[in-house]
Write a protein that binds this ligand. Structure first.
Ligand SMILES: Nc1ncnc2c1ncn2[C@@H]1O[C@H](COP(=O)(O)OP(=O)(O)O)[C@@H](O)[C@H]1O
Ligand SMILES: [Mg+2]
Length: 301
C-alpha cells in the first residue's frame, strides 16, 4: 500500500456484540485523491458500518483510518455524508438549504459569495428553476438532488454516500447518475459510495471494492474500472469491456462472495486482490514484446 495514499484504512474490524464473530475483519484499502470508489456486497456484510466508521459515526473494534496523513476521530466537515433519506430542512428553500451548509463550511464568506457558490451546484443538478422551492414542493428525485448538490457544495475532503439512490425509481436514478458523472468530472471530488447496483458501480466508479459475505466479511477484491472515464449510460454497454466487467461483478455477488466467506475459494491474504476483468480478453493476451512472457492482467499486490 502506498504510504502517500490520501485515505488509508488498516486492519479495520467491527464487532457489535461481545462473543459474536465480527461483522468484518482485516479490512485494508487505500484511496487516492479525486478517486470515485464504490463498495458492493450483499446486504448485511457491513458496507454501511464501514462507511459510518469512515464518517466517524461509528467506532471500529480494531484498526484505524488515516486521511490526509491524520488519524480520523469523530465526524467532521472534511467528510460529508449523503444518506438514502435526503435530510433537508423543510422550512428552508433549496437555495437556503444549500447556503446553510456552505456557510457552516465557510463562516467568513459574504452572503453573495455563498449564494454564487451554491448556485453553481444547484445548476449542476439541474434545479436552478426550483431554487426558491421548499422540500415539500419537490419530488423524491429532486430532493435527493438537493442533497447531492449540498454535499458537493461543501467540498468535503471526502464524500461518503450510502446507497443514495436506493429509494428512487429507475428513470430518476439514471438521470441523477448522469448528473453525478458530470459533477465528479467537474469537481474531482473524492467519493466513497455504497451501492448494491452493479451497473451504477460500473458507470460511476474508478475502483469497485467487492466484499465477501459476513460475518467476518472481507474486501476480497478491488476491481479497477478500465473503461474510459468519459462514459455515459447510453453508450457504456457498447464497449466490449462492459460485459466482462459486469459478468465479473455479478459472478462475485451470486457465487464467489459466499464461497470466499466459507474459505473455499481464493483464500485471502492481508490485502485484497487487484483485478482488471475489463482487459481480460477471451483470447490469451499477446506476449510482452520485450520478454515474450504473457502479460498478466490479474495480479495480486
Ligand atoms: N448498531 C448495530 N448494533 C448491532 N448490530 C448492528 C448494528 N448496525 C449493524 N449491525 C449488524 O451488522 C451487520 C452489518 O450491517 P450493515 O453495515 O448495515 O450492512 P450493509 O450496509 O452491508 O447491509 C448486520 O448483521 C447488522 O445487523
Ligand atoms: Mg447498508
Amino acid at each position: 500500500m502506498s504510504t502517500k495514499a490520501f485515505l488509508k484504512v488498516e486492519g479495520l474490524s467491527k464487532r457489535y456484540q461481545p462473543g459474536q464473530p465480527p461483522v468484518f475483519e482485516n479490512i485494508n484499502f487505500s484511496l487516492e485523491q479525486g478517486e470515485f470508489v464504490c463498495v458492493i456486497g450483499h446486504s448485511g456484510c457491513g458496507k454501511s458500518t464501514i462507511l459510518n466508521v469512515l464518517a466517524g459515526l461509528e467506532e471500529p473494534s480494531s484498526g484505524g483510518v488515516i486521511m490526509a496523513g491524520k488519524e480520523t476521530a469523530g465526524p467532521s466537515l472534511d467528510r460529508g455524508v449523503v444518506f438514502q433519506g435526503h435530510a433537508l430542512m423543510p422550512w428552508l428553500t433549496v437555495e437556503q438549504n444549500i447556503a446553510f451548509a456552505v456557510k457552516s463550511r465557510h463562516p467568513s464568506w459574504s452572503r453573495q459569495q455563498i449564494a454564487q457558490h451554491g448556485a453553481r451546484f444547484i445548476e449542476m443538478v439541474g434545479l436552478t428553476g426550483a431554487a426558491q422551492k421548499k422540500p415539500a414542493e419537490l419530488s423524491g428525485g429532486m430532493k435527493q438532488r438537493v442533497g447531492i448538490a449540498r454535499a458537493f457544495a461543501v467540498e468535503p475532503k471526502m464524500l461518503l454516500m450510502d446507497e443514495p439512490f436506493g429509494a428512487l425509481d429507475a428513470l430518476t436514478r439514471g438521470v441523477i447518475q448522469d448528473e453525478l458523472v458530470k459533477i465528479c468530472a467537474a469537481t474531482r471530488q473524492t467519493v466513497f459510495m455504497v451501492t448494491h447496483d452493479v451497473d451504477e458501480a460500473i458507470l460511476l466508479a474508478d475502483k469497485v471494492m467487492l466484499m465477501s459475505n459476513g460475518p467476518k466479511a472481507r474486501i476480497a477484491e478491488i476491481m479497477i474500472n478500465t473503461l474510459p472515464r468519459e462514459r455515459t449510460r447510453e453508450t457504456i454497454h457498447h464497449d466490449p469491456q462492459f460485459y466482462r466487467i459486469r459478468n465479473h461483478l455479478v459472478d462475485f455477488l451470486v457465487r464467489r462472495s459466499k464461497t470466499i466467506q466459507q474459505g473455499g475459494e481464493g483464500v485471502l491474504g492481508d490485502q485484497p486482490l487487484i483485478v482488471r476483468p475489463g482487459l481480460d480478453e477471451t483470447d490469451p493476451p499477446p506476449p510482452d514484446p520485450q520478454t515474450q512472457q504473457p502479460l498478466r492482467r490479474i495480479h495480486a499486490v
